[in-house]
Ligand binder design. Sequence first.
Ligand code: PMP
Length: 466
Amino acid sequence: MLHFETSPLKIVRASRQYLYDESGNEYLDCITNASHVGHCHPHVVTAGQEQMARLVTSTGFLNDQMSEYAKRLISTMPESLSVCFFLNSGSEANDLAIRLARAYTKHEDVVCLDSAYHGNLGSLIEISPSRFKKLGSSHIKKDWVHIAPTPYLYRGKYREDASNPGLLYANEVLTVIKKAKSSGREIAAFICEPLMSAGGIIIYPQNYLQHTYRYVREMGGVCIADEVQSAFGRTGEHTWAFQTQDVIPDIVTVGKPIGNGYPFSAVITTKEIADCIGEFSTTFGGNPVACAVGMAVLDVIENEKLMASARSVGKCLLDGFRSIMPSHPMMGEVRGMGLMVGVELVIDKESRKPASEAAEILAYRMKENKIIIAYDGLEKNVMVMTPPMCFTCDNAHHVVQVFDQLLQEIENEAATTGLAASSVGNPSTSGVGPLHRMISNARFNASDDDSDDNVTSKCAKYEGVD
Ligand code: PMP
């Protein structure tokens, strides 16, 4: 997959929160959370270069870098989480987490959330409904997979007006587990992100994970927190996002930011669970370069006080977006924590129907204005920002100001000619190509019945085009 498929960028260099294309254009990067402490941070680069000149891989030998890094990583965790496994990607970490859960519980099944993404390995696509739903009837859900509704207060099953939505959504997980048990299945694990990123920055209602973890453990399973996107202070409140829900998982997986872009990941778990693995080996996981880089990342987070910065800059972003919300009929909800921020675009605030086209057009136009922003969520209608942690309040003000102006234009075009017309036949101003024209044409062809329902369903047919 490419960002901006119809006019992709070739990025040739990057520094801090900026990307540079081959013509030297500078883009403000609001999406690369893997470059956690800033692109090509000199402290991280030097640590990696120096270690690379000394020793790269040495698995099977004693390795000071690995044990020192493991100790430092574990010192940030609750006491029970005291054993680390090192790997090379978030997907590998989640796959090992499932293997550990199965070895420990002697059960096979996994409960996941219906907007989840947990990685690209075969095992993980099966527990990533956000991906396998796109395969349509060519994908058959595996018997060992059980899906619970995402605790999504804005457009989910229970909304912000429900009383105790955290418990209601947790009860959904319990129901799913009971149903599985009644057909003879046993649960090894419940896996979710403590704050959902790919689903469109979804902050769970209070106590959701507390109730859910209790149910899962009562039913014989363990709880896996996928912190591949949310770790290392990104929420601005705590080092780990699970702490924002006041729970302690049995297994935590970490990826992306751990190596600031260098392939590195980890699974952290209890001694009891780790001891069940039998044999484990990896050629590159935890190699000395990865550990030196990981150590340097932790140094920078501390030295530059990046968690506190994520809190204050995140507030600038959230406050900025909330201040422009009343003048934008399409801004349905602004939500986030620290430097994980989402703005959900809707056709109108009453129906809350997703404005997926507007989100895509807005992302392309932001790119023309040299700001890189994602649009994500199941309906691809949430503008998502997870920038490097060196992002500043000035950056936040700039993003909000450009967003305000461009969304206004899209809303005006939608009001005068219909949303589809804002992209159709006008690629020079929208900067978008065939995909938009196809979506738009489909909408125009459907204009004999242009009720909202009809338009939405016609549109939905084309959402899988990417
Ligand atoms: N879990 C989550 C929540 C992710 O967002 C991702 C990657 N986007 C993964 C797992 C997989 O990580 P990787 O791409 O490093 O394998």
